[in-house]
Design a protein around this ligand. Structure first.
Ligand code: NAD
Length: 344
């Protein structure tokens, strides 16, 4: 069975998920929904994706701009087996576009995946492949958690399973916006998130309720990656080597070393480009191995998150789980990893 996937919202996440779908042999891109006839239509067409206008009254504007349009979003939704909703997490007038679309998906009885800008309550089921793939098998509506939450889950879940976590405190240093955005900031300030805990801790618990975690966050003027300083009280004393061994087996977690010149997020992004990754994406969560420090039961480490891409393989695994393409999470993870050339 080759599952037909509709991509609704062809922005930072949507275009990456579309490409990742096109690299699998058990799913294909049925089409992508665009609101406006922008330059991204050019690449969509070159990649062979059919373009659908968000509403039928917009079809003419695409034609006027010289782009072939296959129809409206509703035509695509009806044609597809599953919709990956990658629309923005917030609307100017409140709520999210995903919330509005969910009503439509329900009306036509189509399963859908939402992204981390949506709240857990939209689906009641939040996804991370290694943490809870099994729970999402055959599910109708699933939310792939945000880039930061995905990053935290990737490194916390293996630790919790192999050593045991008593409690986590983490400080998230967040990028201001994505590199393609010339409007948002801050461009010369550090902006603390005043609400404590920040939403990231509770979001981790939407997938792993038994991990006790509390987070604070700050936004800084960079577009390349988030960085997390993580402090954990383990259930039992462990050496740094035992902690590192837990991550060595964990999917989509890599260990880097400052002695090799990984001094900041800049070198991590260069590394991804040197690997020849499409768009310079780094799907894995890098942890600084030489920054891992354990004092008794207290563990300290630093990791980074490539916000534009770490959730992409998770979306592919979520499709596989929901469409019953694979019941074994590790088989799905390995299949996705092979197709995306993920290191492990
Ligand atoms: P984006 O703004 O880059 O892309 C959203 C796309 O949706 C745009 O192309 C926009 O034109 C389109 N869109 C707007 N209204 C639409 C409508 N009514 N119908 C169809 N398409 C519409 O946003 P993004 O960064 O890709 O974020 C998408 C989702 O992924 C959000 O929930 C976000 O929180 C989440 N997410 C973002 C990142 C990130 O770092 N960018 C990381 C992980 C998760």
């Amino acid at each position: 069975m080759v599952v037909k996937v509709a991509i609704n919202g062809y922005g930072t996440i949507g275009k990456r998920v579309a490409d990742a779908v096109s690299w699998q042999d058990d799913m294909k891109v049925a089409g992508v929904v665009k609101t406006r006839p922008t330059y991204e239509c050019l690449t969509a067409i070159q990649k062979g994706y059919k373009i659908y206008a968000a509403t039928s009254d917009k079809i003419q504007s695409f034609k006027d701009a010289g782009f072939d349009v296959a129809g409206s979003a509703m035509d695509l939704f009806n044609e597809a087996d599953i919709i990956v909703d990658c629309t923005p997490g917030k609307k100017k007038e409140g709520g999210t576009t995903g919330e509005d679309y969910k009503k439509i998906y329900e009306q036509i009885g189509k399963p859908a995946i939402f992204q981390g800008g949506e709240k857990h309550k939209l689906t009641g089921l939040s996804f991370n492949a290694y943490a809870n793939y099994e729970k999402c098998i055959g599910a109708k509506y699933v939310r792939v958690v945000s880039c930061n939450t995905t990053g935290l889950l990737r490194t916390l879940v293996p630790l919790h399973r192999k050593i045991g976590i008593e409690g986590v405190k983490a400080v998230l240093v967040r990028r201001a916006t994505d590199p393609n955005d010339s409007k948002k900031g801050p461009i010369n300030a550090i902006q603390p998130e005043i609400k404590v805990p920040s939403h990231h801790g509770p979001d981790v618990q939407s997938v792993m309720p038994d991990i006790k975690i509390s987070t604070m966050a700050v936004v800084v003027p960079t577009t390349i990656m988030h960085l997390h300083n993580v402090m954990i009280t383990l259930k039992k004393e462990a050496s740094a080597d035992e902690v590192i061994a837990a991550w060595k087996d964990a999917p989509r977690v890599i260990l880097v070393n400052s002695k090799h010149g990984f001094e900041s997020t800049a070198q991590l992004m260069e590394y991804a480009k040197d690997l020849g990754r499409p768009r310079g994406d780094l799907y894995e969560i890098p942890i600084w191995q030489d920054g891992v420090s354990v004092v008794g039961k207290e563990l300290y480490y630093t990791q980074a998150v490539h916000q534009e891409s770490d959730v992409v393989p998770e979306n592919i695994d979520a499709i596989r789980a929901m469409m019953n393409l694979e019941s074994d999470k590790m088989k799905s993870i390995e299949k996705t990893n092979r197709a995306l050339k993920i290191i492990k």
